[in-house]
Design a protein around this ligand. Structure first.
Ligand SMILES: Nc1ncnc2c1ncn2[C@@H]1O[C@H](COP(=O)(O)OP(=O)(O)OP(=O)(O)O)[C@@H](O)[C@H]1O
Ligand SMILES: [Mg+2]
Length: 251
């Protein structure tokens, strides 16, 4: 379980996050939407132990994020994919797992590359891949690490709409099979609704003098498993409208 308690983060005079409290259950898929600059990445990085709370605390199964990270219990997909340029796609996927001292699983790594649409690109270096392909390698790498918690920061940001929809369905399938806890940041309201058990709306751009806060929270009661047919359903449209209006109300 992830527990965020009264978390605030300031950078000098800038307050990026203000008094954020949040519990995430094991195996839950939580999505976070909000405008640019409202502190989504900061929140994710703090849960991952990459930022230190100015006040308040973060606990992952009762431990500090640092401890969880050093046990490879946290997997990241960043906004910029951070692949190692000198390694092939396949080596990039397997590298973190090897560093973490987990059992090698080359078959699993190859399957993940295929699942993410990169069959045949295992030997390619990042420079030979498009932005979206690199992002998919980073997703495969995070899943392959086998961490209990996946922290994903706009992982589909560089993908075209169709691949994005396909990857959304694929991520849900992988999540169903592996039962990870996922915290997923996105700019896309439909994506947040399609993926999440729960959707948090963060608002308050620090550029405009505000600080990021959770302004609304929605339980997404769409049946699972969800596939592309959900996008056209009335219930989906209604949920999207609700989340959108929370975003706009606050803006
Ligand atoms: N290391 C840092 N030092 C100083 N300010 C920072 C730092 N990291 C983030 N900020 C500021 O904190 C605020 C929140 O940034 P953050 O990256 O969390 O926003 P975001 O919601 O992820 O935005 P986007 O949707 O554009 O990715 C911004 O005003 C940003 O300038
Ligand atoms: Mg961000």
């Amino acid at each position: 379980m992830i527990r965020v308690d009264d978390l605030s983060i300031t950078y000098g005079d800038l307050r990026a996050l203000d008094d954020v409290s949040l519990d995430i259950e094991d195996g839950e898929f939580v999505t976070i939407v909000g405008p640019s600059g409202c502190g989504k990445t900061t929140l994710l990085r703090t849960i991952g132990g990459l930022e230190t709370p100015t006040t308040g605390s973060v606990r992952v199964d009762g431990d500090s994020p640092d401890a969880a990270q050093s046990d490879a219990r946290l997997g990241f997909v960043f906004q910029d994919h951070t692949l190692l340029p000198w390694k092939t796609a396949l080596e990039n996927v397997t590298f973190l797992r090897r560093m973490a001292g987990k059992d090698p699983d080359p078959e699993g790594a190859r399957d993940l590359l295929a699942t993410t649409g990169l069959d045949g690109f295992g030997d390619a270096r990042p420079a030979e891949l498009s932005g979206g392909m690199k992002q998919r390698v980073a997703i495969a790498r995070a899943i392959h690490l086998g961490a209990d918690v996946l922290l994903m920061d706009e992982p589909f940001g560089e993908l075209d709409e169709i691949t994005r929809d396909e990857m959304s369905v694929e991520i849900l399938r992988l999540w169903r099979e592996n039962r990870k806890t996922v915290v997923f940041v996105t700019h896309s309201v439909p994506e947040a609704v399609f993926l999440g058990d729960r959707c948090l709306v963060v608002s308050g751009s620090s550029a405009a003098g505000g600080a990021g806060r959770i302004v609304a929270e929605f339980d997404i009661d769409l049946p699972r498993p969800r596939d592309e047919s959900v996008f056209g359903s009335e219930a989906f449209g209604q949920q999207v409208a609700r989340v959108r209006s929370a975003l706009h109300d606050d803006a």
